[in-house]
Design a protein around this ligand. Structure first.
Ligand code: NDP
Ligand code: AKG
Length: 477
């Protein structure tokens, strides 16, 4: 089997490989991917540092052309890369192709942004002096990504980093190196100069830790668990560098008495269970007012019965497998915790055997949950959601905001008054009205509040707040 190597200083290197396993069929090896050492990581950081002066002064047409070429190739290969994504992560093929198209759109967007780099010229408060305000790249950026969006999250960190003139050391999650290798290969062939993007696949405890320990990274952008996020924060404070964290969510979906039942059920099914619930924007807290509660639970349960859990590549599959054995154990542990806490198991709760050995779990719905239970407070990251019954809108809003997290929040209602009030008063970074809590656009800001996020927003033009630093220059005329 071909070994997919790391890209360090423009060379493909690495001899030892790790098997990338398909969670839909654990007998299938998707590919063999190199595993970098701490020393390889230091070499990659040194290469990025050496490449920074030239890349930071590169022309905007060069940056535009490379990002555009990358977007075009990803789009042209969407079926092939989408299939790879589905095989390595387990989301269904339509979801995986959709994510691949989104990655292409992100590269395309930042190809355009490279042509729109701008500053400001202001008169000084003093006569005969001009003031220029510009944004400069910050240096070498460390990018650490999770397994749940193997191409979109790398794209939305790499594309702006390069667009604004930074160089990159990129460590994807060891579980899903395939799509990241494909991006590095495409960017390399699109003409990115040596050392500007370095791919270091390998373990978080080795490669990721070597990045955290380096004094030469000017910034780290991270998406993943709260625990690792805190390590990124602590090491960044120690090394005086910028950092940006996207971590967990415990996103509420409020359903009011006046909701359109079909809209509410579709939004809840999508938020809670599509992509196997493995989205930081997933909703696992369905907060439902008394008048619609029983009808909503009955309709959602009927909807869950129609969802097919099977191999990610099989036509007709709605929910693919859980990503690996460890995450499956987390999910089933939480299902046990929910039962012990006294929530009522309304649907699912069991692992399922399919033709191929894989990590298949029924979509699982609890009712009679309270917002104090652990299943309502901790991120599960699987296809498990609970219904919390509330009296009215005011209580629903209070429960929705009563969480350590603040990434996304949804409401299903036909009341303009409640929708407007919820948009203003939800303590989340992203609010959805009559839409799932997950599934965001590629060109607008993404991020949360409280324990969900730290630092400036990702995506869209707001990405420049992290990837650049402002300079104010005064000139005597
Ligand atoms: N907000 C989100 O989008 C996500 C949230 N999560 C949450 O996190 C839980 C655990 O998932 P998990 O994959 O373990 O998340 P992690 O935070 O461990 O992984 C995220 C990234 O950090 C890397 N990493 C791990 N340890 C270190 C370290 N010491 N220094 C630097 N980098 C490191 C990982 O590498 P490697 O994988 O190679 O070890 C991976 O690339 C999930 O159940 C879910 O609750 C998970 C993924 C995404
Ligand atoms: O909801 C989405 O489309 C994005 C979610 C996401 O980025 C995540 O789960 O990490």
């Amino acid at each position: 089997m071909t070994l997919h190597q790391n890209l360090i200083a423009g060379e493909w290197v690495g001899t030892n490989g790790v098997e990338n396993i398909n969670p839909s069929n654990t007998k299938e090896v998707v590919g063999l991917y190199a595993s970098a050492s701490a020393d390889d990581t230091k070499t990659a950081i040194a290469a990025a540092k050496a490449a920074f002066p030239a890349w930071s002064r590169s022309g905007i047409l060069e940056r535009h052309a490379i990002l555009k070429k990358t977007a075009d190739e990803i789009l042209a290969r969407k079926d092939e890369i989408g299939t790879l994504l589905a095989r390595e992560e387990g989301k269904t093929l339509p979801e995986a192709i959709g994510e691949t198209i989104r990655a292409a759109q992100i590269f395309d967007f930042f190809a355009g942004e490279a042509l729109r780099l701008a500053g400001e010229v202001l008169p000084s408060a003093r006569p005969n002096i001009g003031v220029e305000i510009t944004r400069e790249p910050i240096g070498v950026i460390g990018i650490i990504t999770p397994w749940n969006f193997p191409i979109a999250i790398p794209a939305w960190k790499i594309a702006p980093a390069l667009c604004y003139g930074n160089t990159v050391v990129f460590k994807p999650a060891e579980l899903v190196p395939g799509c990241s290798w494909a991006i590095a290969d495409i960017l390399n062939r699109a003409g990115l100069p040596k050392g500007v993007l370095n791919l270091v696949m390998g373990k978080g405890s080795v490669v990721g830790q070597a990045m955290l320990d380096s004094p030469d990274l000017a910034g780290i952008t991270f998406t993943g668990s709260t625990g690792t996020g805190k390590r990124v924060a602590a090491s960044s404070i120690e090394h005086n560098r910028k950092f940006q964290l996207e971590m967990g969510g415990k996103n509420p979906m409020v359903v009011l008495d006046d909701a359109d039942l079909t809209v509410a059920v579709e939004a809840a099914a999508n938020s809670g269970f599509f992509s196997t619930g493995q989205r930081c924007t997933a909703s696992s807290r369905l907060i439902v007012t008394e008048g619609i509660h029983d009808k909503f639970v009955a309709a959602l349960t009927e909807r869950l019965k129609t969802l097919v859990v099977d191999d990610a590549l099989k036509p007709g599959t709605h929910i693919g497998p859980v990503v690996d054995e460890r995450q499956l154990a987390t999910d089933t542990d939480y299902i046990d915790i929910g039962r012990q806490e006294g929530a009522k198991l309304a649907f699912g709760g069991e692992t399922i055997a399919r033709d191929n050995p894989g990590f298949y779990l029924q979509p699982t719905l609890f009712t009679e949950a309270t917002n104090q239970m652990r299943i309502s407070r901790e991120e599960i990251f699987g296809p498990v959601a609970s219904v919390i019954r509330v009296k009215d809108y005011d209580e629903a809003l209070a429960v929705a905001n009563d969480t350590p997290f603040g990434l996304s929040a949804g409401i299903a209602t036909t009341s303009l008054k409640h929708a407007t009030h919820f948009k203003r008063n939800s303590e989340a970074g992203m609010v959805m009205v009559n839409l799932p809590t997950a599934g965001v656009d590629f060109h607008v800001p993404f991020g949360g509040r409280k324990a969900s996020s730290f630092g400036s927003r990702e995506q869209g033009k707001y990405a420049n707040e992290f990837f650049t630093v402002v300079k104010t220059a005064y000139t005597l005329a």
